[in-house]
Design a protein around this ligand. Structure first.
Ligand code: AMP
Ligand code: MG
Length: 350
């Protein structure tokens, strides 16, 4: 299949391009598009065959459900049943935005879309191209991240093309995304409201709106196999770079000294080494490659560059990578959830 790549200017959206993309979705084809979190791989959410195509293009296990993207609240009502009051409250406050809600599905949603579950994940993205694509297609759009399963989520169109060229009908290139990590997932189907995947919207922000405590699913914090995560996708081993990745935790100065020590040890064994650093520390390291992830004064910049940096690691001929840790004040949990998985939980205390 020839994948058509169309550039779309965020500030001046070309409606003909969006109509063409919407038409493809309505015909059961797949189109990758930007959202504010990461690029999504979209297909008609209520068409079982389109959902199957998504799993096939990504090489995604079929028990890992898709998130349904909508452009108005009524579309949530259309595909759910027993919608709890919290859904309306959270939508009023956070939609459009990086929050996915798990609710009970009704018969309109095929099991292919939900990986066999009786619940469905729904989100209204805060991105003009994504919203216009949903409207133009006349569909609800099932869209997981537009990467090959096991690769880092794409934050630029070129990452999508690298993974899915020839496998999907179209890529809408709307430039670099704003947030860079996937949406927060909150489960509203149980008495206890749990965050199944940490993201830009924190449990505290959710608690404030619904007036009761929201906890993080113990299954995603546990490092053993006894407690399973509730979101099927969180159990899969995520991206690990080809080179070994080790995180170093502690006070900034200690981390810098420790990493420099570790680099020296590697150099003695003739290894090529990269360090993941920040604006504040990048000049303090002596390694073969320094990858600057962003600034500690701007934790959003760290989230935005995380996946891009992990992709870059594979393009470099290096043997090991040492990274600072980013337990930043607000979204540190979300950043570290991804980075710890990439590092296979290898952490050294400085
Ligand atoms: P992605 O679309 O690649 O960001 O992945 C979607 C995430 O949402 C995966 O971790 C899924 O397991 C999770 N998810 C989707 N639907 C449900 C659901 N009904 N219940 C629990 N988790 C879900
Ligand atoms: Mg994904």
């Amino acid at each position: 299949m020839n994948t058509k790549i169309l550039k779309v200017d965020l500030n001046n959206i070309d409606m003909d391009s969006l109509k063409e993309a919407g038409q493809l979705i309505s015909e059961g084809e797949l189109v990758a598009f930007p959202t504010e979190t990461v690029y999504g791989l979209g297909g008609d959410a209520l068409d079982a065959k389109a959902a199957e195509k998504i799993y096939k293009a990504k090489g995604r296990p079929s028990d890992n459900p898709l998130i349904v993207h909508i452009s108005k609240f009524e579309e949530l009502e259309m595909i759910s049943k027993d919608l709890p009051i919290e859904a309306r409250k959270l939508a009023d406050r956070f939609w459009p935005g990086p929050l996915t809600m798990i609710v009970n599905k009704n018969d309109k949603v095929p099991y292919e879309t939900t990986g066999g579950m009786d619940t469905v994940a729904v989100r209204m993205p805060n991105h003009p191209i994504a919203l216009e694509l949903i409207r133009q297609s006349g569909c609800l759009i099932a869209a997981p991240s537009a990467n090959t399963s096991g690769r880092p989520s794409p934050t630029e169109a070129k990452h999508v093309v690298g993974d899915l060229d020839g496998k999907i009908a179209m890529v809408l290139d709307g430039g670099e995304v704003g947030i860079g990590i996937e949406s927060t997932i909150v489960d509203l189907t149980e008495d206890e409201i749990l965050v199944l995947r940490p993201g830009y919207i924190t449990p505290q922000m959710l608690s404030e709106v619904i007036g009761k405590e929201v906890k993080i699913d113990p299954g995603i914090i546990a490092q053993d196999d006894t407690t399973k995560p509730k979101a099927p996708g969180m159990k899969y081993k995520h991206y690990a770079p080809k080179a070994s990745l080790v995180l170093v935790e502690g006070e900034q100065d200690n981390v810098v000294s420790k990493i420099n020590e570790l680099v020296q040890e590697q150099h003695k064994q003739d290894k090529r080494v990269a360090v993941i650093a920040t604006d504040e520390t990048r000049n303090k390291y002596k390694a073969d490659v320094i990858l600057n992830i962003g600034s500690r004064n701007d934790e959003d910049s760290i989230a935005r560059h995380l996946y891009k940096i992990l992709r870059e690691c594979d393009e470099l001929e290096i043997d090991s990578i040492f990274s600072e840790s980013f337990q930043t004040p607000r979204i540190g949990n979300a950043i570290m959830n991804r980075l710890l998985k990439a590092a296979g939980h290898q952490v050294i205390q400085a």
